[in-house]
Design a protein around this ligand. Structure first.
Ligand code: PDD
Length: 296
């Protein structure tokens, strides 16, 4: 893999980076993370991602022993070492740390910090022209009373199992329900559907990750005059979907034209979806080119 990785102060090429086996992020899946991407070399909505990282850590009672500037300097140093042309994908991981095999937090006094910087490619052209197929999988999204989905946690078995089920069904993403049978989110993205010109997305109370892209899209929609609201959705509502799309930092917006065998609208990416995607991308370029001074 091209790129560079920072592990607790040491930066190496991506394919030689290592973490001790006794890291509780490895042995117990204890940790939180963020995925950020750059435009024109500038991390987009960086502050919002770092705020969410801190919020996620708070749910684990995990201290974050560094300030934002320090973290940014580690990210920049890692990006410098990676020296990648074009835009990058930045994954920041914070684990419980290295220590004895016990859940006793005193055994791991210092969290581990890992920063992965690798190339970020744009969406393949086919996504825009043809859209994608997703699957509504039987795997439920974690119950908020267990590993709450609002935590961007390294504990991703729920997500991986769902995505692998979708892959087995020939789809590119997995849409999940919560324990109440309501739609919540996908394994690596948030879910939206358009009905009668209004873009709808499940409420946070459904048990989901509050996506940075999802939140920013509400601002973009307001600027565009597209009605957007969060509401309770169930699988039966999919019948009335004129358009469907999913959102994430790495995807931006992906039009969904099929959910399993259900064709959405005319089976082509929807006009509201594409309008939102264009406006989102334009805003991302505007906001980052305004900060090109910060670029690496
Ligand atoms: N995933 N829901 C889940 C479960 C996610 O993992 C993600 C992001 C999102 C969208 O969040 P955002 O808009 O802040 O990227 C929703 C990242 C991209 C990942 O794990 O690779």
């Amino acid at each position: 893999m091209r790129g560079a990785v920072y592990v607790n102060g040491t930066i190496t090429p991506a394919d030689t980076a290592v973490i001790p086996v006794l890291d509780h992020g490895f042995v117990y899946g204890e940790g939180v993370y963020e995925v950020i991407r750059t435009y024109s070399g500038v991390p987009f909505l960086y502050d919002r991602h770092v705020t969410r990282l801190r919020n996620s850590a708070r749910y684990l009672h995990l201290d974050v022993p560094f300030d934002d500037e320090t973290l940014r300097s580690w990210v920049d140093k890692t990006a410098d070492t990676a020296a990648l042309a074009g835009d990058t994908y930045i994954r920041i991981l914070l684990t419980r740390g290295i220590g004895e095999l016990t859940y006793e937090v005193r055994a791991t006094p210092a969290p581990s910090v890992v920063i992965i910087v690798k190339p970020q490619d744009g969406a393949p052209a086919r996504v825009r022209s043809d859209g994608i197929r997703i699957s509504l999988v039987p795997i439920l999204r974690n119950h908020p009373g267990s590993v709450n989905p609002i935590i961007k946690s390294n504990n991703l078995l729920n997500n991986a199992l769902a995505m692998q089920e979708a892959h087995r069904r020939g789809s590119e993403e997995a849409l999940m329900c919560n324990y109440r049978g309501e739609l919540s989110e996908c394994s690596q993205s948030n879910f939206f559907m358009v009905r009668d010109g209004v873009a709808l997305t499940p409420k946070s109370a459904a048990g989901l990750l509050e996506g940075i892209t999802r939140a920013f899209l509400f601002e973009v929609a307001r600027e565009l005059g597209v009605q957007m609201k969060d509401t309770t959705l169930v699988p039966a509502d999919l019948e009335f979907a004129d358009e469907v799309f999913i959102t994430s930092t790495t995807r931006e917006i992906s039009p969904v034209v099929r959910i399993d065998d259900r064709v959405i609208g005319d089976g082509k990416p929807g006009s509201i979806t594409l309008k939102l995607w264009d406006a989102y991308h334009r805003r991302a370029l505007e906001m980052t080119s305004a900060n090109v001074g910060q670029a690496r």
